[in-house]
Ligand binder design. Sequence first.
Ligand SMILES: Nc1ncnc2c1ncn2[C@@H]1O[C@H](COP(=O)(O)OP(=O)(O)OP(=O)(O)O)[C@@H](O)[C@H]1O
Ligand SMILES: CC(C)(CO)[C@@H](O)C(=O)[O-]
Ligand code: BAL
Length: 282
Amino acid sequence: MRTLRDIPALRETLGEYRQRGQRIALVPTMGNLHAGHLALVEAARRHGDVVVATIFVNPLQFGPSEDLDAYPRTLADDQDKLAQAGCDLLFTPDTAMLYPRGLDGQTRVCVPAVSEGLCGGARPGHFDGVSTVVSILFNLVQPDTACFGEKDYQQLAVIRKLVEDLHFPIEIVGVPIVRADDGLALSSRNGYLDPDQRATAPSLYRTLCELRNALEAGEPIATSLETGLARLRESGFEPDYLELRDADLAAVTATTRDAVLLAAARLGPTRLIDNLTLTLPR
Ligand SMILES: Nc1ncnc2c1ncn2[C@@H]1O[C@H](COP(=O)(O)OP(=O)(O)OP(=O)(O)O)[C@@H](O)[C@H]1O
Ligand SMILES: CC(C)(CO)[C@@H](O)C(=O)[O-]
Ligand code: BAL
């Protein structure tokens, strides 16, 4: 696996792939890789002839009081994992390479509606930062396919709309959530949890499972969500949101069948997200 840090070298190598007629599958990440990321690489291998991963902790998607500085940076370990997983090329630009005018002068991409509420409500400007960096990566790599995790359900919806609205000729592949044995969705931020918090963390998933069962059995939505929120608080979480939306993240109506439960909740300073799809009864 090659690791490249600058744009001209990236373009040269991508040009060689294209000359050979190879289809390019992209896996954008912020590093500190775990089995969830490696599932994206596996999906990328199925969809492309060459896999290009990126590691960039994007300052544009972090709020001023968020964990940009603390975010784990583990490049050597990530390189080993990616090479073993069959990644062909790793692009690891720094901030000056992607945003040469600085963050304030940077042109931004905003995907309306779907970026609002949920994580977009709790993290103002977050999805503009994601949409901007993903657009830059799409323009630089010009992949045939790009893989994103369903753990970041709203992010995946934002990127699908971005690709449609900006006419990027890229197939977006959503990859199912990879969980620990106790159900906790794998996340780089799980590393912030102390042992007690790590023992509590799976109750986010357990609460979503209980709620899904209640909703699929026809329990009323509002009271089920209230019970779920109370359960999270009893477990020690401070919820940002717990919502039921339709599969496209629009409000649920009387005719909605395919729905998704989405939650973000804090355990101490650590913010965890998770979601579960379900089918509402007729
Ligand atoms: N458990 C998981 N299962 C499937 N995909 C995942 C999982 N965790 C992360 N991903 C996906 O990996 C990609 C890169 O995510 P990122 O590098 O932010 O990792 P992360 O573990 O989600 O970190 P964070 O703690 O910042 O949310 C995203 O498309 C994300 O949805
Ligand atoms: C898509 C992404 C790599 C953009 O920085 C990031 O939001 C992530 O890791 O999910
Ligand atoms: N996994 C999404 C990146 C973020 O939380 O900033």
